[in-house]
Design a protein around this ligand. Structure first.
Ligand code: HEM
Length: 457
């Protein structure tokens, strides 16, 4: 652990460097021999990042074999992601994470290839497309929630994952995955496990057959087979609105290879269910802690939706529900951070960084920085009802700039409409085994057992 005194000394040293005329290099938190800052990070990634941020807006983190610069200044984050995005590419670490599963997908490619893959996906995320998905999102949710019995105790996070796989598969791919969700969830788990900072084999190359690597290969193989099955089915049928058809049309026009079609679908299935289910779990956790907010959402539901089911139009009117989602994504952003790599030497927030620097932009830390937020740790959805002059990049759960999350609007709509549909059909009494803890990986998934007792309405 770093003491505050050490922090002050470190910052003074770097300021001394500045006096000599060069931009200083960023402060580094005190670490332990061999593992550097890796030990603190693997024990408690969130606590470690919060502590390190007290040293400055850019901090150099040393872990075995890797130097990472953590950036928490919204102006610098805006430069990296938006204004100066051409000088920052996706990181080697990110490509490594998805190696063997999304090598030909939008998530891991760069340059002309990324532009081509991203444009091929765009028609599936227009405002019209989102309006079309809305009714399907609520219909899928209603059918799913109606399977729960009155008084049943559910594993909340698992059920919400099953639900988001179904919502995504139905809306985007027009397929019914009920009963087959595990093929998607197992591959996502294997990916998160392979990137787990506490995993003993983390530093071994992939060709060493550790149990984690073997599980990764098996589950990814099964997911590939599953997606190939969907592609084969679609190739034999009329072109439709779903993403698979859109991508296959691009393939027929010679714009995408079949491997690119397959890996884009895989990327959507993985990226598109995991974060929304984590976010929804935290929404329900927060509502349990704030019964007044819970009640105000019910009231809004009665006013806006009444006896029916929410649809595309109710989305615009469900303002309080949208604000609850926005605020939950502030306090509990589902991802550990956005990662980038500099392509040339840069000065960020007054610190000099070399070419090839690995950057980590941790949303959770910036979203709770008291320089930009009043009562930063308080869950206060009403803060979103007022305009503000806070820097734009003090809030970036979906990243920003041209390479932001392509599913951001899909996710906002899904979270709002799924939550509203649930509120209309059930009451959930949520309970948890102790204070919230997170998996030490790329997703800040809950590590706790989170259960809920269902009361049908
Ligand atoms: C609460 C829900 C979600 C959160 C918090 C989230 C967050 C993110 C973040 C932080 C990134 C990294 C962007 C970057 O590197 O700058 C990302 C990328 C991405 N997300 Fe999401 N996401 C969510 C939901 C979704 C959904 C529903 C989909 C698909 C339907 C999706 C598809 C993608 C894809 C394909 C990328 C890669 C984009 C690219 O590299 O061009 N995400 N997301």
């Amino acid at each position: 652990m770093i003491s505050n005194t050490a922090a002050v000394e470190d910052v003074r040293m770097t300021h001394h460097g500045a006096a000599s005329g060069e931009a200083p290099s960023p402060p580094t938190p005190e670490g332990v021999p061999l593992l550097g800052n890796g030990l603190a990070f693997s024990r408690d990634p969130v606590g470690a990042m919060e502590e390190w941020a007290t040293l400055g807006d850019v901090v150099r983190i040393e872990t075995p074999g890797l130097t990472t610069y953590m950036v928490t200044d919204p102006a610098a984050i805006e430069r990296i992601l938006a204004d100066d995005h051409e000088r920052f590419t996706i990181s080697e670490a990110q490509r490594e994470t998805f190696r063997g599963v999304e090598d030909d997908a939008v998530t891991t490619t760069t340059g002309e290839r990324w532009t081509r893959l991203r444009s091929a996906l765009r028609p599936a995320f227009t405002r019209d497309a989102l309006d079309r998905y809305s009714d399907r999102m609520t219909a899928t949710t209603a059918a799913f929630v109606d399977e729960w019995d009155d008084g049943e105790r559910i594993d909340l996070y698992r059920e919400l994952r099953l639900l988001t796989v179904n919502v995504l598969a139905d809306a985007l791919l027009d397929i019914d995955v009920r009963g087959r969700e595990d093929v998607v969830m197992d591959a996502a788990d294997a990916l998160v496990d392979r990137a787990n900072f506490r995993r003993p084999g983390q530093l071994l190359p992939d060709w060493i057959p550790t149990p984690t690597q073997r599980r990764f290969e098996r589950t990814v193989g099964e997911l590939d087979e599953f997606v190939d099955g969907i592609i084969d089915e679609r190739r034999g049928s009329e072109s439709a609105d779903d993403v698979c058809s859109v991508l296959l049309d691009a393939h027929a026009d010679g714009k995408l290879t079949l491997a690119e079609v397959r890996h884009n679908v895989v990327a959507l299935l993985l990226a598109g269910h995991d974060s929304p289910s984590v976010a929804l779990t935290y929404v329900w956790y927060l509502l349990e802690e704030h019964p007044d907010v819970y009640e105000s959402l019910r009231e809004e539901y009665r006013d806006v939706v009444g006896d029916g089911r929410p649809d595309a139009e109710s989305y615009d009117d469900l303002e309080r529900t949208r604000n609850v989602v926005t605020e939950a994504l502030r306090l509990y952003p589902p991802t550990l951070g956005v990662s980038r790599q500099s392509t040339e030497p840069v000065t960020l927030s007054g610190y000099e960084l070399p070419a090839g620097a690995q950057l980590l932009l941790p949303q959770r830390v910036v979203h709770r920085d008291e320089r930009f937020w009043d009562d930063p740790t308080t869950f206060d959805p009403a803060r979103w009802a007022e305009p503000t002059d806070r820097p734009e990049y003090a809030y970036f759960p979906f990243s920003g700039g041209p390479r932001n999350c392509i599913g951001a609007q899909f996710a906002r709509r899904e979270l709002t409409l799924v939550l509203a549909t649930m509120l209309g059909r059930v009451d959930l009494d949520v309970s948890m085994d102790g204070p919230l803890r997170f998996t030490p990986s790329l997703q800040l998934r809950p590590e706790n057992d989170i259960e809920a007792t269902v009361a049908r309405r």
